[in-house]
Structures are given as structure tokens and as C-alpha cells.
Design a protein around this ligand. Structure first.
Ligand code: SF4
Length: 428
């Protein structure tokens, strides 16, 4: 596990005016009181009883010094030993990620947990949909904890099950008269649902029930090919940018990628648009990655002639088009690893990950395209205080903030996740 000496959170505290959200300078227990995303946003949520609401971190933990919190976390880890595995997402703050047994993206982390079958408890220092996925893939006797239930994902919450069901019903009605076959005469579907990993367990289950699949930012192209072998069109949710960028790279024209609006009759599309659609996009986005702009890329190149620019495909299409490369968090890591000392690399992804790469490669100039410090504000809600509180609970025999996906949802979601597992990324 790598530990970075660069801390975005130090920067946040030192210069709150330069952050994208002044609330980020507050203590997380205060920040949690700001309305946002969190528990209950995912329909499959089974709320713990009693529910500990955001902002209700016990007062004793709110008052503890950083030294005491870190001492408690270390002591609990020591006591729990191999019964505990802590997972830390690439975008997690350094004060928390330093305790992770594995650091990676959501899918790598869910798989990493499988390598520790002896662990009774998986503490997922990421966001809600990641903990749900870990619970679906974990062994039945393993339990998954999300230290702060307010750590949701704004993008995941942009597609709820009711809206997707409504859109699906409208699409099924619109295409009811189609009888499609592939080149070999086999029947294919009018629409195949594809959900990005960043979605609730309920939507993964929806895809499992309707012949669909889950994709990651690594294997989105393979997944779209899989879907087009089985259907005429794809309904892609929640991230419009990943869907558009991936389909465009496959040669699908923009006019065949209309955006659906589940609240409008006919999804807000004309019969002509519905007829020519190949990828029906959902209007979701990531609040971190939508901040990247072509002007930022132009400035990076003007300030650092010869610099290379890589962005995450959750960024808007003009940004992906203007960059030298686009790829998942793992692809960004590999891009930096393949660079040479002295290289200048501008990265369009979350600041904690960029700063960690900069610390890991001090002989290169690595910086975030966005000059404003804008961490994933939902993942930011996991603070050492929450980690200490949940780990202390385990030591005392109390499971706090367990994430449980019900059996029926988990079974359907697993079907879609297993299809995803078989769809290897192009560069694998
Ligand atoms: S970075 Fe964006 S997509 Fe990822 S967890 Fe945060 S809000 Fe969600």
C-alpha cells in the first residue's frame, strides 16, 4: 500500500477559498448536515436499526484530536487482525487511505475483498454503490461497512429505479412492433440496458432481469459490443458522458445518441429520433469530472508546451476529444507509469488521485487540469472520525453502518455483474 505525503485535505483546510465548495473546509460532522446524497438514495438500501443519520457521529468522536483518532484506528486494526479488511478507493483522502489494505477503483476493490475470505468484515472507504457491490460479491458470512452512510455518489443518485422503469416501459411500447434478428437469423432485443458500475444495486438488478449488463470505465467498449450482439439499441445509464464518449469512439454518430427524459411523454424524443437511436443516453453526470474544460487543456498546453493530457471518460466529450488520451483510473495510473522522468502530465480526474500520483513520481510534473480543488465531496465525508467509530464498534462487538443488499436484488444484480466480469477491457 502506498502512502502519499501530499494531502489535499491539508490544502482544503489551508485555503478553503480555492475549493469548489466552501463547506469542504468544515469538519465532516458539520459538512454532513449540508443536504446532499446518502442513505436511502438507493432503493435497495436496508437501513440499519437504529439509523445513525449523517451528522450524528457521536460527539466524543467529533471532539477527538487527530492523534487520538489515528491511535484508535491503529489499535483496532491490530486487535481485529485478519478478521478485518479495509478497502480504499483511489479518490479517498490520504488520512483514510493510509489504513487501506487495498487501494483501487470500485471493481478492483470488490474483487480484492474476495482474496481475503478469512475477513469477517469489509470496511469500504469509498461510496455507497461500491459497498453495495462488495456486499453482492462477498461471501454470505462476510459483512460490509460504509463508515459514513452519507457517502453516496451524486451520479448514482441521478438514476433511480422508478425513473428507469418508466423509461423502459416507454421504450418497450415505442418498439413493440419490432421483430429483430441478427445476421444469423437469431432474435435480438430492441433495447439492451447497460448500467455503469456507479449505480444502485437496484439498477444492476434491473439490468440482470432485462438481459442487460454492468460496465466499468475500463470495459465500457467491450460491454457495448456485447450489448449490440444482443440488441438493436442500448439504454445507457446513469453517466451520459461515459456512454457518449464510448459510443462515439465506436463510430456511432451523435445524432444516433439522443438523451432520454423519463419525465416527458415519449421520453422527450420524436418518433424519428427513437427510430434512428442506437444509444439512448441518461442525463446523469459526475460533478467532479464535468468540471474539466477544453480551456483548461489549452492553458495546460500553453503553460507547459509538450505536456501530455489524459482525462477520465466521465469528462464531457469535447474534453475527451481535446485530450491526448482518455481512460479509467487504472488507465491513468498506467499512463503515468509509462511516462519518463521530466515529463509533464496534466490529468483530468479527482484531485486526491492526482496528488497521490504526483507524490509517487516526484521526477515528473503532474498536476490536475482543474485549478480549483474539487475532491469527490461525497467520498470526502469519510473522515478518520467515522473510521475510528466503526472500527471501535467492531472491537466492542457492534456492527455499525452495515450495508446489506437484499437477497432478491443481489441475485439479479449478480447476473449483470458476472456478465461484466466476462467482458474484458480492450487492453486487458
Ligand atoms: S467522483 Fe463522481 S462518480 Fe465518482 S463517486 Fe464521486 S461523485 Fe460519484
Amino acid at each position: 500500500m502506498s502512502t502519499s505525503t501530499v494531502s489535499v485535505n491539508d490544502a482544503v483546510v489551508a485555503a478553503p477559498a480555492q475549493t469548489c465548495d466552501a463547506d469542504l473546509a468544515e469538519h465532516p460532522s458539520i459538512f454532513d448536515l449540508v443536504p446532499g446524497y446518502g442513505p436511502g438514495a438507493s432503493e435497495g438500501d436496508v437501513m440499519p436499526d437504529p439509523v445513525v443519520r449523517p451528522g450524528q457521529l457521536p460527539a466524543a468522536y467529533q471532539r477527538m484530536s487527530d492523534d487520538e483518532l489515528h491511535a484508535r484506528i491503529r489499535a483496532a486494526k491490530e486487535t481485529l487482525g485478519s478478521r478485518l479488511v479495509i478497502l480504499g478507493h483511489f479518490y479517498q483522502r490520504d488520512e483514510v487511505v493510509q489504513y487501506a489494505d487495498f487501494v483501487g477503483d470500485s471493481f478492483q476493490l470488490a474483487n480484492a475483498a474476495l482474496t481475503r475470505p478469512e475477513a469477517e468484515t469489509i470496511v469500504f472507504c469509498g461510496v455507497h454503490f461500491m459497498a453495495e457491490t462488495a456486499d453482492i460479491l462477498a461471501r454470505p458470512e462476510q459483512r460490509v461497512i460504509l463508515p459514513n452512510l452519507a457517502a453516496g455518489c451524486s451520479m448514482a443518485d441521478m438514476a433511480d429505479e422508478d425513473s428507469v422503469e418508466t423509461a423502459w416501459e416507454q421504450l418497450m411500447a415505442a418498439y413493440a412492433d419490432e421483430h429483430l434478428t441478427d445476421a444469423d437469423g437469431r432474435e435480438i432485443a430492441s433495447v439492451v440496458p447497460v448500467t455503469y458500475m456507479n449505480s444502485s444495486a437496484a439498477l444492476k438488478a434491473f439490468c440482470g432481469r432485462h438481459g442487460g449488463i454492468v460496465c466499468t470505465s475500463s470495459n465500457a467498449a467491450t460491454v457495448l459490443e456485447w450489448a449490440f450482439e444482443r440488441g438493436q439499441r442500448v439504454l445507457f445509464f446513469p453517466d451520459q458522458h461515459l456512454g457518449r464518449n464510448t459510443a462515439k469512439a465506436m463510430g456511432i454518430p451523435l445524432e444516433q445518441m439522443p438523451m432520454v427524459n423519463a419525465r416527458k411523454p415519449g421520453l422527450g424524443l420524436s418518433s424519428e429520433e427513437l427510430a434512428q437511436a442506437r444509444v439512448l443516453l441518461w442525463p446523469g453526470f459526475c460533478s467532479v469530472h464535468k468540471r474539466f474544460t477544453v480551456a483548461q487543456i489549452d492553458k495546460a498546453r500553453a503553460d507547459h508546451p509538450g505536456c501530455k493530457v489524459i482525462v477520465h471518460p466521465e469528462s464531457p466529450m469535447p474534453v475527451v476529444d481535446a485530450a491526448d488520451a482518455a481512460g479509467s483510473t487504472d488507465a491513468i495510473k498506467k499512463f503515468v507509469a509509462a511516462s519518463s522522468p521530466g515529463d509533464v502530465i496534466a490529468i483530468g480526474t479527482e484531485i486526491n488521485m492526482v496528488n497521490r500520483l504526483a507524490a509517487q513520481y516526484p521526477d515528473r510534473t503532474i498536476f490536475c487540469l482543474d485549478p480549483v480543488i474539487c475532491p469527490c465531496s461525497t467520498m470526502y465525508r469519510i473522515h478518520p472520525g467515522y473510521l475510528a467509530w466503526t472500527l471501535d464498534g467492531l472491537v466492542e462487538g457492534e456492527v455499525r453502518n452495515e450495508i446489506v443488499v437484499d437477497d432478491a436484488t443481489a441475485a439479479d444484480a449478480k447476473v449483470a455483474l458476472e456478465r461484466m466480469l466476462a467482458a474484458l477491457p480492450k487492453d486487458a
